[in-house]
Design a protein around this ligand. Structure first.
Ligand code: C2O
Length: 677
């Protein structure tokens, strides 16, 4: 059979499986799963060969990545990369305990999505887990495609158990490593994977030595907890629950054992003299990590899918939500070298929580296999876990590699926000006054400018949909994020870390659906000021739908006169997640040019579920090309019917407003959406 250009037999098969077999459920679930698995096994060999040929590079690199991502559908003429994500619960045993774990396609980490810049991606999510989920494509710009951003009740209704949903997006103007994760509850601890973007002109166009091999290295945590329950606990201010271990690519490593039997660790086999590109992702919920490999140095070449000026270091520091691409050359004496990931925590008087080091191994192929265990493994000397300054310097050393085709940083900003980040409390009984300072009448929350983000429980229309169709604002609790906190204080005063009279004065926080509206094209400056309010944590702040230029960072309190003078307007790093240093600040500039409703939040999961978040609403621009298109047709049907996704693809406008609003208004012109502030 002759297939049209760009369509391979793979496409036809996967189309058959996902559309004909799995989605309308013409076969019982179990048959669908088996079918998908068999097909995957059968073809994974061919994909490896094809991918290696296609990239015509010594991409032995593709092999481990493709093994990781056995579900990848890559065709030789790839313009569309298609995957099926089967979300289900599987049993996994670690530390002597069997746990039911929610994962994608039975894997932890989940499948790697591999694309070439310019490709489009289609992901069919089949939710066989007992939880509501959405998948967020972390860092993908989603230009004019906010509908596919995957944030529950902000951009879509969550995908209910036994429902399906199809995501479609393009990957354009980005090269390097991003990732995907569940955006519901704490589920992203186990529902996550890498998203690798190769340059359009092939790996020969890398602005650094071409690697012999590329490997995703995902740092995570192992939780012996019901993650959905954990989210409920944290959002109610019950905070004393922790993971049981840290992981590299899902493995705990030999610092952990079950009755003396060591846990498996991740092993990277290297050949002497060859070059490796590590695509590091911090998928952990709670901590920044130091990463070192004994006897080796890293050359950092990209972060958050943006090239950086190559920077050599023996330690990488990576916060939740960030990615770092680093070159490692296997130039040490052939042997075995530990790769160690150590969580960072702010020093006392910050509350000290259990944190676990994990390690894997870099093994030279020339070490004789039969003697392998006799060869002593070399361990790196790790920094102190409280050495937050190392993180400050690591991030301060990033600068972007100038690329002519990329938009440069605007020389000035139109709006200036100063946003404090910290903890506070609200009264457990609404509308009453209460005792603070750790009294149980109040509950701890996290906030931005003293407002803790909260979606109304009764909300039935996702925020973006309400915005687009001009529905009346959901509930009454929407408030505009102010330009600055309600009062100025010595933000980084160490005395505020523990309960006390001064701290208690600043503690009262309000709760609302916090939004900030921007006219299309506005250049926005945000200074994130970390505070000492009940903790001295850093804050990895992640903005959806936009990259931010990181202009400067500093320790202590931001001083506009002094600090704005040293903004880097030449080559600031471009990030989707900016690390606001512990007891310090970071200044970013971004252009609000992507219409939609975008979450901005701390990527520490406890901070997010405690309310350190807001929605940035970017209005439509003057033209069709600068306006958010209507939702894809399948969108509004999603989660109402099991076979909802089979009708995907059509970008059709649903004309009736009343169909889209819980509380319809007379405003039928989407361009004049009701101001929800
Ligand atoms: Cu990686 Cu809103 O998240």
């Amino acid at each position: 059979m002759r297939l049209p250009h760009g369509i391979s037999a793979d496409h036809v098969w996967i189309y058959f499986i996902t559309r004909v077999c799995c989605f309308p459920r013409t076969l019982p679930c179990v048959h669908c799963d088996i079918f998908v698995s068999l097909y995957t096994l059968h073809t994974s060999k061919q994909w490896q060969l094809q991918a290696m040929k296609r990239r015509s590079s010594p991409m032995a690199a593709a092999v481990p990545i493709l093994i990781l991502s056995a579900m990848a559908i890559v065709s030789a003429a790839a313009a569309n990369v298609e995957h099926t994500f089967l979300v289900s619960q599987v049993n996994m045993t670690h530390l002597c305990k069997e746990m039911l774990v929610t994962v994608v396609n039975g894997q932890l980490p989940g499948p790697t999505i591999e694309v070439t810049e310019g490709d489009s991606v289609t992901i069919h999510v089949i939710n066989r887990s007992p939880y509501n989920i959405t998948i967020h494509w972390h860092g993908v710009l989603q230009l004019l495609n906010c509908w596919n951003d995957g944030v529950p009740m902000i951009t879509q209704r969550p995908i209910q158990p036994n429902h399906n949903f199809t995501y479609q997006f393009d990957v354009a103007g980005q090269v390097g490593t991003l990732w995907w994760h569940a955006h519901d509850a704490f589920l992203r601890a186990t529902v996550h994977g890498a998203l690798v973007i190769w340059p359009r002109d092939g790996t020969g166009s890398y602005p650094f030595p071409k690697p012999h091999m590329e490997v995703p290295i995902i740092i995570g945590e192992w939780w012996e907890k019901d993650l959905a329950q954990l989210d409920r606990n944290f959002s109610k201010g019950y905070l004393d629950e922790f993971s049981s271990g840290s992981t590299i690519n899902g493995k705990l490593g030999d610092l952990f054992n079950c009755s003396g039997v060591l846990e498996d660790g991740y092993v990277l086999d290297v050949e002497p003299g060859k070059t490796y590109l590590l695509r590091l992702i911090n998928a952990a919920l709670f901590s920044e990590y130091f990463l070192k490999i004994a006897g080796h140095k890293f050359m950092v070449v990209a972060s958050d899918a943006n090239y950086v000026n190559p920077y050599t270091t023996d330690v990488i520091v990576i916060a939740p939500g960030e990615t770092v691409d680093a070159i490692v050359i296997a130039d040490a004496a052939p042997g075995r070298y530990y790769m160690v990931a150590l969580p960072i925590q702010a020093p006392p008087p910050d509350l000290q929580t259990p944190e676990y080091t994990t390690r894997g191994m870099v093994e030279y192929s020339s070490v004789n296999t039969s003697r392998r265990d006799d060869v002593p493994a070399v361990a790196p000397e790790m920094p102190n876990q409280h050495d937050t300054i190392k993180s400050f310097y690591f991030h301060g050393n990033l600068s972007s590699l100038r690329q002519e085709q990329r938009a440069q940083v605007p020389v000035r900003a139109d709006e200036h926000l100063f946003i404090t980040l910290g903890l506070g409390s609200i009264c457990r009984r609404n509308g009453q006054s209460c005792k603070r300072g750790g009294n149980l009448e109040s509950m701890l929350v996290a906030n931005m400018n003293n407002i803790s983000f909260h979606l109304p429980a009764a909300m039935t229309t996702p925020f973006l949909q309400a915005h687009y169709y001009g529905c009346a604002p959901a509930g009454t609790g929407t408030r505009e994020l102010a330009d600055r906190p309600p009062r100025a204080f010595n933000y980084t005063d160490g005395a505020l870390i523990t309960f006390g009279p001064e701290e208690m004065l600043l503690e009262p926080t309000s709760r609302a659906t916090v939004v900030r509206r921007f006219r299309h094209g506005t250049a926005v400056d945000v200074v994130f000021q970390g505070t000492a309010m009940l903790q001295g944590d850093s804050n990895p702040m992640h903005l959806h739908g936009h990259d931010m230029f990181v202009l400067a960072q500093g320790l202590g309190n931001y001083d506009a006169a002094r600090d704005s003078a040293r903004y880097n307007l030449v080559n600031p790093p471009r990030k989707n997640t900016v690390l606001v240093p512990s007891l310090g600040w970071a200044a970013v500039r971004f252009v609000a040019d992507n219409p939609g409703t975008w979450l901005i939040h701390c990527h520490y999961e406890f901070h997010l579920s405690m309310g350190m978040a807001a929605v940035f609403i970017v209005e439509d621009g003057p033209t069709v090309d600068t306006s958010l298109p209507p939702p894809p047709r399948y969108f509004l049907e999603a989660s109402t019917s099991v076979s909802s996704s089979s009708s995907s693809g059509g970008q059709q406008l649903f004309n009736s407003v009343s169909a889209h609003c819980t509380t319809p208004t007379n405003n039928t012109d989407p361009s004049k959406a009701a101001h929800s502030g």
